[in-house]
Ligand binder design. Structure first.
Ligand code: ZN
Ligand code: ZN
Length: 623
């Protein structure tokens, strides 16, 4: 009894100095101490405040066992009828994991306050049990005894966001307007988040514009919403706006913006974000730094990516993967393979993503044997079972090396259904090696799987053209015209003075377009003197319309390059991204342009990066 009292006194003392209590509890929860249970248990004489303090501490420290013992005693002394105590117990169970237990306490409560409803609703949404949260909200509404708070509405909206439930969200929006909660920053932000997650960006941005008060979460939800819906330019514009008003950026906004820069290949903007990161210290966050590596490599600056990578002392496997895939993407296959060895030397284990990168490095420079040995190593030594992407890389490696039949065998034998990407890769290999028979097989599968993709028809007709089978070329072209397949219009982007400029094929809207066409004509003449010969007849790689010469001359990447030559300082590399695969004519144009201007030209197309230097390309004509 003496010990118990001493203990109780100690708890009182400790509670007033919460760090002591934390220390105490931490020790007690890790070292089972029978005295703890006895002494902590409330009895009729224990003051209510002590019990509450204890339940709250158990919740904070996730001390399930101790809390449960306390709960038992609470029932024995009849305190469970007290709504404040019950709310604390609900919170305790929700934090420690057993939500159903929290629900039991909630269901048994004689009197439920708004705090009780909010606690259990919050617990459901935090644990991804969105349907239960929504149905509970409906019963709360039906019961009609308890008024809602902003917290209630935003919790339920979180559940809608996770379920992408627009219908419920709209109902809640009406409800928020009716109850004048719409102007509350938490409710407004939660509404905005649901609309953005459901792809209703117009609703989201209208809400954002109308919000009387916005916090950093509001801004980051809006930026993330744009990025999730691939509206990268809008995301960057909003980020700039936030910077102008001096808003403090959180790491979620920063990560979204890095992602936007990567997708737009906006290197200058990306570097500015990097500078912001260095100031805020987020750069040490492993997640942020691996997205920086990814951003730099997608922006075509693999050396900047490597600087970030080597500047980080403690690297995890995600970071190594980002760097290896960066090297692979830029056809720096040796570097990718060396890094793969180093990763193992530092004691980390390559995972499925590492293998995807290293296999694609092999495919870029046609290392068949090496690719096969990595595939073996992955299965036998690292116990990674190959997924469909690993098979896809292998099909690529074999096909690019001309082992078309072996690639086809692999597709037939693998334990997955073949993807369109695999048949597409095989068809491209058939075009390169003139294998008509296999090209027809691959194309047949592709027409079934992607009836919308015009590129496949063009690829097949190119194979016929290369074999001078003009009858089939005409037939394939007619088939394309008759089919529903639509050709995506060629579009390229280039960043000049931290603004991204977009060019469509045959662009007419850009403010400097006349100047650009004039300069392009002059450039074409100069290149022809050097031996450039526009491939207008039977372009083998063309996925846009190769029959129209004027269109070919005005392919979007040529316009973007010309604009870059006009605006970027002499000697600076020119980086362009393209929404389709670069065509054979533009590829040859870029090679000549790199030699006549002495510039490095980097083109990222849908498949890969092309680094043009001194008249040659890093892809070695293999793409
Ligand atoms: Zn082109
Ligand atoms: Zn190339």
């Amino acid at each position: 009894m003496k010990t118990i009292n001493r203990y109780k006194n100690k708890l009182h003392y400790c509670y007033s100095r919460s760090h002591h209590v934390n220390f105490y509890l931490r020790n007690l929860t890790t070292t089972p101490n029978p005295k703890f249970h006895i002494s902590m248990a409330p009895n009729a004489a224990t003051p209510l405040s002590t019990i509450h303090a204890f339940v709250q501490l158990c919740a904070r420290e996730r001390a399930l066992l101790q809390g449960k013992t306390c709960h038992a005693k609470i029932i024995i002394v009849g305190l469970d009828a007290d709504s404040l105590t019950s709310n604390m117990l609900i919170n305790f169970y929700a934090k420690c994991g057993p939500i159903d237990q929290a629900r039991k306490v909630f269901d048994l409560m004689p009197e439920r306050t708004v705090v009780s409803w909010n606690t259990i609703l919050g617990a459901y949404t935090k644990n991804g049990r969105d349907q239960e949260a929504l149905s509970l909200f409906v019963s709360m509404h039906r019961e009609g005894k308890t008024p809602f708070t902003e917290f209630t509405v935003s919790s339920v909206l979180c559940a809608c966001a996770a379920k992408c439930d627009v219908f419920e969200c709209r109902q809640l929006h009406c409800f928020a307007v009716k109850t004048a909660m719409e102007s509350n920053v938490f409710v407004g932000t939660a509404l905005l988040d649901v609309y953005a997650k459901c792809g209703l960006l117009r609703d989201a941005s209208r809400l954002f514009e109308l919000m009387p008060e916005r916090n950093d979460v509001t801004w980051s939800s809006m930026v993330a919403g744009f990025v999730q819906n691939q509206l990268y330019e809008e995301a960057l514009m909003l980020f700039r706006e936030a910077q102008v008003i001096g808003l403090e950026q959180n790491q979620f906004t920063i990560s979204s913006v890095i992602c936007a820069c990567a997708n737009l290949a906006a290197l200058i903007e990306g570097k500015q974000v990097h500078a912001v990161l260095c100031k805020t210290g987020f750069v040490s966050n492993l997640f942020v730094s691996s997205s920086l590596i990814d951003m730099y490599s997608k922006c075509g600056s693999v050396s900047d990516a490597y600087n970030v990578f080597s500047g980080i002392e403690e690297k995890n496997v995600v970071m190594w993967n980002a760097m290896i895939s960066g090297f692979a993407r830029h056809a720096l296959s040796m570097e990718a393979m060396i890094l793969f060895e180093k990763l193992q030397q530092v004691g980390l284990c390559p995972n499925e993503f590492t293998y995807i990168s290293v296999l694609s490095a092999c495919s870029h420079i046609g290392l068949v044997e090496k690719g096969k040995s990595y595939f073996d190593l992955m299965v036998k030594q690292h116990n990674v079972s190959p997924n469909v992407l690993h098979y896809s890389c292998m099909v690529d490696i074999l096909g690019r090396a001309g082992l078309i039949h072996e690639a086809h065998d692999l597709i037939e034998k693998m334990p997955y259904d073949a993807t369109a990407a695999m048949w597409g890769s095989l068809l491209a290999s058939c075009r390169n090696y003139g294998n008509l028979e296999m090209a027809e097989i691959a194309a047949k599968h592709l027409f079934e799987m992607e009836p919308e993709n015009a590129g496949n028809h063009v690829l097949l007709s190119n194979v016929y053209a290369a074999k001078s089978r003009w009858g089939e070329v005409v037939r394939a072209r007619k088939l394309l015209k008759d089919s529903e397949a639509k050709k995506e219009r060629g579009k390229s982007w280039i960043e000049v003075k931290d603004k991204v400029h977009a060019f469509m094929v045959g662009e007419s809207n850009h403010p400097k377009i006349n100047e650009i066409y004039l300069k392009l004509e002059k450039l074409l003449e100069d290149l022809k003197d050097l031996g450039y010969n526009p491939e207008t007849e039977h372009d083998l790689h063309d996925v846009e319309d190769s029959r129209k010469q004027e269109l070919l001359r005005h392919h979007s990447e040529k316009l973007a390059l010309t604009f870059g030559l006009m605006c970027l300082c002499p000697g600076a590399p020119i980086r362009i991204i393209k929404n389709l695969r670069i065509c054979g004519d533009c590829h040859s144009f870029m090679k000549f342009a790199s030699s006549i201007t002495g510039r490095e030209i980097i083109v990222r197309d849908t498949n890969r990066f092309h680094h043009f230097r001194q008249g040659s390309c890093s892809c070695r004509e293999f793409w």
